[in-house]
Design a protein around this ligand. Structure first.
Ligand code: FAD
Length: 321
């Protein structure tokens, strides 16, 4: 590659993280996107470190492990929206250790006596919790302060040719949008609805996704909690469904009765960029530009972002050899 210049398509957590790592490795980077924070799917996320609805496990594990360690470092910095809490996952049946266990430190099984009534298995691990409004703002600031430029497009692009002229290197971080732009039939939405409540004093994150309350989780963030949720494949609706809100509240109040009476502060819906597998690979365009695809992170874009950005860098370095 003659020039150390890159155009990133997409300004969610994946585009910003990839862009930051390129800037930090001597590239000039411009992000172009139809939506920029606070209006991306990434801004809607819950969010905590957990490889949810994403594949394949053998690739997800090293990306997730890398990102886990990066968040543990970021959690030391005050005011950027990253903290650490205990992730508690409970089951109404016996389970094996999860595939992601090697990525976390201090993974422990919950003793039978410590499980809530009706549950027979579970585990706890410390993981990162991410306050998306604060953290997305941090990423945008870090990107710009490293010399990056963000351009908001008037409308969504229909084909990559609309932006690829004059760019030798494009990083495609368009999430769900990649389905249309690249006619990728493996991309699909996984709709998620969330409820925000006041925090009545909860500290741990609790998750139940295979039993009677599935899919339910409570994610405490200081003064508020995010309660979830839903994971509906191929549902494109961005409208809040009040019935779903009631169901989320009912299930989460069973999970932790302290939520009974906690003030409801809001509701939101987002479409996770589902794909049969994350697409992270190099493609040569007929124009001779190189495009590195980095999309399809499902319910785990925050969980994989730094690891995937590192792999983008490796692919870019490979272009020069
Ligand atoms: C309810 C919910 C809860 C979640 N909870 C978690 C969690 O706890 N932990 C976790 O790790 N993940 C979670 N996720 C998943 C996470 O939010 C996604 O995996 C992540 O946001 C994907 O990031 P992205 O940058 O690929 O996509 P996006 O944030 O959607 O960004 C895509 C970018 O591409 C641009 N773009 C797309 N198409 C076009 C086009 N045609 N033209 C121009 N620009 C285009 C968009 O404008 C945008 O800037 C959750 C998601 C939801 C919805």
């Amino acid at each position: 590659m003659k020039n150390k210049q890159a155009l990133v398509l997409g300004c969610g957590v994946i585009g910003l993280t990839s862009g930051i790592r390129l800037l930090e490795n001597g590239f000039e980077v411009e992000i172009v996107a139809a939506k920029i924070p606070p209006d991306t799917t990434s801004d809607v996320a819950t969010a905590y470190w957990y490889p949810f609805r994403v594949s394949p496990p053998e690739k997800v594990l090293p990306w997730a492990a890398f990102t886990y360690n990066r968040y543990m470092e970021l959690a030391e910095i005050a005011g950027i929206g990253v903290g650490v809490f205990n992730f508690v996952q409970i089951f109404d049946h016996k389970v094996e250790d999860p595939f992601w266990k090697p990525a976390v430190k201090d993974f422990i099984r919950i003793g039978k006596d410590e499980l809530p009534p009706g549950y027979v298995d579970g585990y706890i691990a410390p993981v990162a919790r991410i306050e998306t409004p604060v953290y997305m703002d941090y990423l945008v600031t870090r990107f710009k302060e490293s010399g990056g430029k963000i351009t908001k497009l008037d409308k969504e692009i229909e084909s990559i040719e609309e932006i690829s002229a004059d760019h030798e290197l494009i990083i495609n971080c368009s999430g769900l949008g990649a389905g249309k732009i690249f006619n990728d039939k493996e991309v699909f939405p996984i709709r998620g609805q969330l409820v925000k409540t006041a925090n009545p004093g909860l500290r741990d994150c609790i998750n139940e996704e295979e039993g009677p309350l599935a899919v339910s989780y409570i994610v405490p963030h200081g003064t508020y909690c995010i309660l979830g949720g839903t994971a509906d494949d191929n549902n494109w609706s961005l409208d809040v469904d009040p019935k779903t809100t009631d169901e989320i509240l009912t299930k989460c109040r069973i999970l932790d009765p302290r939520l009974e009476g906690a003030e409801v502060l809001g509701e939101r819906v987002g479409l996770r960029p589902g794909r049969t597998e994350v697409r992270l690979e190099l493609e040569k365009l007929p124009s001779d530009s190189a495009i590195i695809h980095n999309y399809g992170h499902g319910g785990a874009g925050f969980t994989l972002s730094w690891g995937c950005a590192e792999e983008v860098l490796k692919l870019v370095e490979g272009l020069n050899n």
